[in-house]
Ligand binder design. Structure first.
Ligand code: TXA
Ligand code: MG
Length: 323
């Protein structure tokens, strides 16, 4: 249990909130849609803290919030359509999913391992001031526990997350009350991934074409988080491995060394001292590193199903099933 600070919407409150974020802490803050649960998007351990606080059973890509289109441009690659959408609707309740820019600093946990990134410049003046002071992209899903409704004021946030986050910046009631509209611009016709605060018609009128539906051609609409395209390792993935075969890559968790690990093609440990938050922070980058080792199989040691272990195991099971 930590002490959750309720910060006032003044210069001192903003300064404190930005300090906490820059130190890797969790701060809930108002946006014009709903309150977000923010963490430094560039710090994978801070992002893992979001999942722990929300008790989310799976990882999905999070929206990174920025103070300006200019800042967003250093994180993502904006084609002509994405540029027009950003110029027309930012700041505001629109999220654009675009390919990562070479200079992207958003952690791969915040992107759920994808090569694209969800970016939004919120219009709420406090959110803007906080992002400007923090000077980094801030990942922020809605500030509620998993399975509960999205919060539109600081009391809702505390009702769900008191004692689980460092602070809430109290900016009164959020105005829109529904989440941002999410549009992906990844080449071809832009797709509506989630309806929200900016009406579809306004977007279609601006770009002069109909948006495609859902996550992938022909797959129909997808609920947020149910993404058809996620990072799939090239190698096979073998779960609950208690011994390693020669030539396999080993993805370990905790202090033990499984039998045969000396002969592994490559070995990485998600957290030597068995910390699930640290493990979540390393998950996507370690999977990619082991995949690059050219091993035909990544053998994954047992990981407990408690706390963040549920989301980690969910992701690994999907990687194992992916072929
Ligand atoms: O209004 C909002 O958007 C609120 C406030 C706090 O800003 N935030 C919010 O964030 O709803 P979040 O992180 O819960 O939204 C996550 C959704 C994912 O479920 C997915 O649909 C989409 O954003 N998303 C983010 N990055 C993506 C990516 N790279 N590819 C596909 N979808 C992505
Ligand atoms: Mg939500």
């Amino acid at each position: 249990m930590r002490q959750t600070e309720r910060l006032a919407a003044d210069a001192a409150g903003l300064a404190r909130a930005a300090d906490i974020l820059r130190d890797g802490g969790l701060v809930a803050f108002p946006t014009e849609t709903v309150y977000g649960l923010g963490a430094d998007a560039t710090d994978a351990e801070a992002v893992a803290g979001i999942y722990a606080a929300k008790e989310r059973p799976s990882f999905n890509p999070l929206i990174s919030h920025l103070d300006s289109f200019e800042s967003a441009r250093s994180q993502g690659w904006f084609d002509e359509t994405a540029t027009r959408l950003a110029e027309a609707f930012w700041p505001g309740p629109l999220t654009l999913v675009v390919p990562v820019a070479p200079s992207c600093t958003v952690s791969d946990l915040a992107r759920a391992g994808l090569d694209s990134v969800g970016l939004r410049v919120p219009a709420h003046p406090l959110a803007h001031a906080l992002l400007e002071r923090t000077g980094r992209p801030v990942a922020a899903p809605s500030a509620n526990r998993s399975g509960r409704v999205s919060p539109t004021d600081a009391d809702h946030v505390l009702g769900d997350l008191d004692g689980r986050i460092d602070a809430v910046l109290d900016g009164g009631a959020a105005q829109v009350g529904v989440e941002s509209t999410i549009v992906s611009c990844l080449g071809g016709t832009p797709r509506l991934l989630r309806p929200g605060g900016v009406p579809r018609e306004a977007i279609e009128a601006l770009i002069g074409m109909k948006l495609e539906e859902g996550g992938e051609a022909g797959s129909g609409p997808l609920a947020p988080g149910m993404l058809a395209s996620h990072y799939a390792p090239r190698a096979q993935v073998r779960l609950n491995a208690t011994s390693i075969q020669p030539g396999e890559a080993a993805l370990l968790f905790g202090p033990g060394a499984p039998q045969g690990v000396e002969a592994a093609q490559a070995t990485l440990n998600l957290s030597k001292n068995g910390d699930l938050v640290e493990a979540a922070a390393h998950l996507f980058s370690y999977l990619r590193q082991l995949d690059a080792s050219d091993a035909t199989t990544i053998a994954v040691g047992p990981i407990p199903e408690t706390g963040l272990g549920e989301a980690i195991n969910d992701r690994l099971r999907r990687a194992a099933a992916d072929r």
